[in-house]
Design a protein around this ligand. Structure first.
Ligand code: SAM
Length: 279
């Protein structure tokens, strides 16, 4: 859809008009998610990617049954429940902003009381034992605190030797510059996030500063744009623009415009897996 037409007609347009530009991720590409509907793959998530991204990241991290996982910034713990159920791991599901009692109810509904422990905790003040976790999984959140040079050396204290960190997070193909079109900034009013959203090259250099981790993967996901398009599709299907509060409507419009303009996959997703070395 032409962006000028869109701006003039939004939000008074039929959401179906946007569907061709914002395809769903096809379930046929994920035979492992058999039994889930496309809607199931999105429900409960607070960022893009849903179960598709959880699955892709977990596979890259090579999770094994019986591992202890920290789901850092778990949100509504949809990822924690999925990891416990499908990878047969135990999960501590930590988030500062979500009530752990609400998450506990979700865990109970999933029948995973012996596998997932929701806690309220700040990622920068983890009240957890050192050298306890086999892996840290962090989706749609690491850039909130992980750009600090002191954070990775701090986080790896909680991992066993050989333990892995898997990050799945919005990223840009390149760093922002004065020439970057304003549409590529996804800052909500009073909440400027874009400058913490770096390129895979930036993240590689950032992680290389910590000598006791080996970077196993640090690249733009081949499906980065597809996660974004699919998430906008979820937002326009699930929350019709006319029915939502202004702030949400503006956020969705901003993402629609950004993705329509971005024909070169500048806005994408980071795949980062790093391993703590035996020291
Ligand atoms: C965009 S949501 C992503 C949630 C979830 N991982 C997902 O993909 O659905 C970001 C989450 O990070 C949490 N968060 C942000 N800063 C945090 C911090 N310092 N410690 C713990 N949680 C934090 C927020 O409360 C929020 O639930």
């Amino acid at each position: 859809m032409n962006t000028e037409v869109l701006k003039n007609r939004y939000p008074n347009l039929n959401p179906e008009e946007l569907f061709p530009d914002f395809p769903r991720i096809p379930m046929t590409g994920y035979p492992e998610l058999e039994g889930y509907t496309w809607e199931d793959c999105h429900r409960g998530f607070k960022g893009a990617g849903g179960l598709f991204l959880v699955f892709d990241t977990a596979r890259r991290m090579k999770l094994e049954a019986g591992m202890r996982i920290l789901d850092l910034c778990c949100g509504n713990c949809a990822s924690s429940i999925f990891l416990a159920k499908h990878f047969d791991v135990s999960v501590v599901a930590a988030d500062i902003g979500v009530d752990p009692t609400d998450n506990w109810k979700r865990v109970q509904e999933a029948g995973l009381e012996d596998r997932v422990l929701p806690i309220r905790m700040d990622a920068t003040q983890l009240l957890l034992p050192y050298e306890y976790f086999d892996a840290v999984f962090c989706m749609n959140s690491y850039f909130y605190f992980g750009t600090d040079d002191a954070y990775l050396p701090y986080l790896i204290r909680f991992l066993v030797n050989g333990g892995r960190i898997g990050i799945a997070s919005p990223c840009y193909a390149d760093e922002l510059s004065p020439e970057t079109p304003p549409e590529y900034y996804f800052d909500a009013p009073g909440f400027a996030e874009s400058h913490a959203v770096h390129s895979p090259q930036w993240w590689r250099k950032h992680f290389e500063k910590e000598k006791s981790v080996e970077i196993l993967t640090c690249e733009a996901s081949p499906w980065g744009r597809e996660y974004w398009l699919d998430d906008v599709r979820w937002l326009i299907e699930e929350c019709h623009p006319r029915h939502r509060e202004t702030k949400m409507r503006e956020m969705v419009l901003q993402q629609i415009l950004m993705l329509l303009i971005d024909q070169n996959r500048f806005v994408t997703y980071l795949n980062l897996v790093a391993e703590k070395q035996t020291g």
